[in-house]
Design a protein around this ligand. Structure first.
Ligand code: ASP
Length: 654
């Protein structure tokens, strides 16, 4: 079969909207899962004790003798039993005649969630007893033999998707939680997408899948790394935050096009959408520029995208970092809705409103605003209060939101200080309509924008709670953010610089001269990929010149170059120009499946506080086992322990 034929076949699947998955998982998955090279769904019953899966049986199987293995989902009046496997549910008729007493006993006595094997004939359900909601609802199994493979004790929770359970309990019994249709769907879809990504990268574009070490050494800059003790006194490995150095070294090694489904580690403490270990689709290419990487990723996502989701439209739009910050107040804008930030400094040049006048008298002072369409209609008094509280809690004094209803009587404590011409100019600039609310803030450009950016999202949440549809949940809105600065001032010491991406990122060719005079003004060849307001990937064209790399590390970033001597040396031995990117697979899957949390697309995730609630890792080690590592625990004193307990108040582990 020619390549173009099967390519067009693969891309053919018509996009369909589906909501959150209910059972059966299989219907929507099977639309995606077609082995591209053979055009058929996989064989699920090869090599095992069953002839068929529970979920696959239809009227076309009538009369067939089948053997099924599955879990008892429920039993009705000792007459019917519903058997479940990953593929779906099927109804089994428990035989009632004396001759089948032993079969009846097994099927009636086995507790729910016991695992059984049954053999029998596929028969039609009696007229009127069909269940159109069940894909197997036309048929049932007339059982001849049954075997209890393993019994199930009383469960900590019912294996039914609609039964509510805390996340801590789900994580403690993760192996049971995985039996849910939703988790089955999430993990299977993830596997399918990764498979298609491999196919696209390796088979269609000649990439090489290379595994790189996870026992490595500490690297300068970036996220905090986990340490692994070694048997040599005082020497530690470090778990890499990404295979960054290795993938660049592979380019020096002539591998030319590398990819890896790479496990990465960052010891960054608890954040709701982060995990201490996570997975990236890690990519590096030689002789490539920014547009090359972007086209590759657009093709990769389009190719691997599930057929039953809204399709990926390429090319993705692109926005500079400066524009993203000025318009959306963030480097990861959600462009599915407007409410853009507008600079209204000129309207208030001669204002009597104190905090605006004060802000504008500062060198970088600005006044900015966003317009909440129909905000006055949808937002309740308590919503406005919650926005005010949010602003007060999250931003310092310089940012003050005020609320101006756009009708004749502008409803704000400062309304009387806004002159008629200012009002008209504001209405013109911001296209204010009756019933809108305007949120206004003043301060230094970056600070004012990022505060409004957060308020914009907060307002969007509130409006959606009130029933306004702002962000179509079925839509996938990708965006490239480009032209980042190469450096940011360090938060804790603004006189010093840190890399905006990482220290191996190449400067923008037209800004290189500024490196030696005004490094803070240099733009970089760094690009981020944003999906619906979440960063799902990032990468850069790299520095392949050892001299330039050394200058940036040592002179501008004040890093210890000795730690990177292997990389600097490698660059000196004919390193090709190269660049790459990494996609955060967990976050991507979380958005694709519309999961509530990143933990819902990972088989065995860590809790919010980095614990494995199932096995209780991290766990203590007896002192004698620490001896070979020359390590001693310095136990916290009582007062230190108390302090730490205060910093980490008891909250649900999730
Ligand atoms: N290693 C980078 C990261 O993990 C991605 C890249 O630059 O390719 O963010």
């Amino acid at each position: 079969m020619c390549l173009t034929f099967w390519l067009s076949q693969l891309c053919r699947g018509l996009p369909r909207r589906i909501g959150r998955t209910t059972q059966p998982v299989w219907d929507s998955l099977s639309r995606n899962l077609v082995l591209s090279s053979q055009r058929r769904i996989p064989e699920f019953s090869s090599f095992v004790a069953r002839t068929n899966t529970c979920g696959e049986l239809r009227s076309s199987h009538l009369g067939q003798e089948v053997t099924l293995c599955g879990w008892i989902q429920y039993r009705r009046q000792n007459i019917f039993l519903v058997l479940r496997d990953f593929h779906g549910l099927v109804q089994v008729v428990i035989p009632q005649d004396e001759s089948a007493a032993s079969v009846k006993k097994i099927l009636c006595e086995a507790p729910v969630e016991s695992v059984v094997q049954v053999s029998g004939t596929v028969i039609s359900r009696p007229p009127g007893q069909e269940n159109p909601k069940m894909p197997t609802g036309q048929i049932e199994i007339k059982v001849k033999t049954a075997e209890l493979l393993n019994s199930c004790k009383k469960l900590p929770f019912e294996i039914k998707d609609f039964v509510k359970k805390t996340e801590a309990l789900r994580l403690q019994y993760r192996y049971l939680d995985l039996r849910s249709f939703q988790m089955q769907y999430n993990l299977r879809l993830r596997s399918q997408m990764v498979m298609k990504m491999r196919e696209y990268l390796c088979n269609l574009h000649g990439f090489v899948d290379v595994e790189t070490p996870t026992l490595f050494k500490r690297t300068p800059g970036g996220a905090k790394e986990f340490l692994v003790p070694s048997r040599e006194p005082g020497k530690f490995y470090s778990l890499p935050q990404s295979p960054q150095q290795f993938k660049q070294l592979l380019m020096v090694g002539g591998l030319d096009r590398y990819f890896q489904v790479a496990r990465c580690y960052r010891d960054e403490g608890s954040r709701p959408d982060r995990q201490p270990e996570f997975t990236q689709i890690d990519i590096e290419m030689s002789f490539v520029d920014q547009t090359g990487i972007q086209s590759l990723i657009e093709g990769l996502l389009q190719y691997s995208w599930p057929n039953d989701k809204e399709p990926v439209v390429v090319p993705f739009p692109s926005m500079s970092f400066a524009e993203a910050l000025a318009t959306y107040g963030t480097d990861k804008p959600d462009i599915r809705f407007g409410m853009k930030i507008i600079d209204i400094s000129d309207v208030f040049r001669n204002t009597e409103i104190g905090f605006l006048r004060d802000a504008l008298s500062e060198p970088q002072g600005t006044v900015k605003a966003i317009r909440i369409p129909e905000g006055a209609r949808y937002l309740k008094k308590k919503d406005i209060e919650s926005i005010e509280n949010f602003a007060a809690d999250h931003f310092n004094q310089e940012v003050l939101p005020i609320f101006l209803k756009a009708n004749r009587n502008w409803n704000s404590s400062v309304a009387k200080f806004i002159m008629e011409e200012q009002r008209l100019e504001l209405i013109r600039l911001m296209e204010i309509q009756e019933e809108d609310v305007v949120l206004l803030t003043a301060g230094e450009h970056k600070k004012a924008c990022s505060s409004l950016g957060k308020l914009r999202l907060e307002c969007a949440d509130l409006l959606e709670i009130r029933g306004v549809v702002l962000r179509d949940p079925a839509l996938f809105s990708f965006l490239w953010v480009v032209d980042f600065p190469l450096f940011f001032p360090k938060e804790e010491n603004p006189g010093e610089l840190e890399s905006a991406h990482h220290p191996f990122t190449a400067p923008h060719p037209s800004d290189i001269h500024l490196l030696y005079t005004e490094p803070e003004k240099v733009r970089s060849q760094h690009y981020d990929l944003v999906l619906n307001g979440s960063e799902i990937g990032g990468g850069s064209i790299r520095i392949h010149d050892a001299e330039l790399q050394r200058y940036i590390l040592a002179t501008l970033l004040k890093e210890d170059v000795k730690l990177l001597s292997h990389l600097l040396q490698a660059l000196d031995y004919g390193a090709p120009p190269h660049g790459g990117i990494a996609l955060g697979l967990d976050r991507l899957m979380c958005l694709v499946t519309r999961a509530a949390s990143i933990r819902d697309v990972i088989a065995f995730p860590k809790s919010f506080r980095g614990h494995d609630l199932m096995s209780n890792a991290p766990d203590s080690i007896p002192p004698e086992e620490l001896k070979p590592y020359h390590i001693q625990v310095s136990w916290p004193t009582d007062s230190e322990a108390e302090k730490s307990a205060l910093n980490h108040p008891h909250h649900p582990e999730s």
